[in-house]
Design a protein around this ligand. Sequence first.
Ligand SMILES: [Cu+2]
Length: 485
Amino acid sequence: MTAALPRRRVLIGASAAVAVLSVGGIATGGGAPKPLPPAPNPRAPGVPARRPGRRPRPVRLLGRDRPASPLWTYGDDPLTVIRVRRGDTLEARLENRLPEHTSIHWHGIRLPNPMDGVPYMTQPPVEPGGSFEYRFALPDTGTFFFHPHCNTVEQVGRGLAGVLIVEGDETVPYGADVLCLLKDWRLDEATGGFLDFLTDAGAARNGTFGTVRSTGFGPAPTVRMPAGRDVRVRILNLDVTRVSQVGVVGAEAAVIATDGNAVAPFPLEAWRMGPAMRLDVVVRAPAPGATARVVDYFSKDIVTLMTLVGDGTAPDRPTAFDPAPLYAPALPEPDLRRAEILAFDFGSTAGDLTVAAPNGEVIDLGLSLCLAPGTFWAINRQSWPERGHEYPPAPLAELALGRSYVFELRNLTPHMHPIHLHGHSFKVLDSNKVDRPVHWADTALLTPKERMRVAFVADNPGSWMFHCHIIEHQDTGMMGYVTVA
Ligand SMILES: [Cu+2]
């Protein structure tokens, strides 16, 4: 490929939680997020060749003295973390050393459609031994991640997921900046090997849960924090199934970003995070030697996800906890008065596993390339019949480029569905069930029977996937796409 811009190697890779000092910025007071300053001159970080699955990487997820598990990874480290700045151009070369085809979807990034990483839809699948060059500018700051988009339940289940942080949103310096990456694993306790990633019983209900929870691909870590300082914790739910309800015990905490997008800071009581959702939180680090915990309340017993320990000496004059907002996301504001309203029903199928192709052929969804042998879910009564690009299904909607839309997302089921739209971020407006502040997101959690309104400007041309991010629901039919032209 040709690279007109200078390349720069970036440091990638970290296991467990990383704690690094964040860079300083322009101090502001509290209140609503202010507009972003212009991006610095673009540069092109060249990401060293990713070599997923060159051989499974043994990682001791079960414990130090227990058998290792054979992970598929994006590099030599179990977890790849890429840190770049807004305005940078990301270059990443995917070399597929897996026994099956793959691709990389850059979740939440507003990038050109051919870079979106959906096999058959936006690019050919990268076959074993093949490669693909991703190259795109990063228009937004925030906490993002990347993952495959076919046989996802197994590929992510085996470890293929990485973190992409786009810096430049901070208006004040934080005492630390740590990742709190949540992911479960389906492991055989005796051998460390993987259990079935998808079960019919799970796929038809809330998904098949992992047997081992992890934070940063390891046991819940204890992280030392500068005592009494405000620190940034980036929480990512990268599990394929589990919905967590996160909170902080033992310290003051406020939400400053949802799915990477700044929000006017509000106190974190408990925030429900479906798979793929991210939450940036500012925590006032505990006094020297004292501890605070990031926890999941959505469990029989409260689960500790990360422990923060105050380190060093506390500031002489502690200030009241009043986190400054991040810079506001540079997203187009939807025109709600003129927006077209479209309804999407998220429901289950009546067991019909066949669809008619345009040429009259009847396709068995169970034989499709990216679906499990069974289809349980649908959007607007349509299941995804992916069977190569010869038979694309009809889009769920055809959107006009530049027009504002309100999507009314209606959950007809008694299960939760985190709904993700590619290529755009949307504003979560309101709901008939859950009281949330208005915020920007790329993935919205529909609770049972909930109706939620989200709005956005369809400003990115292409065919964009629109699907549930409980991957077993996605893999068994709750997936479709919209076109923007
Ligand atoms: Cu779902």
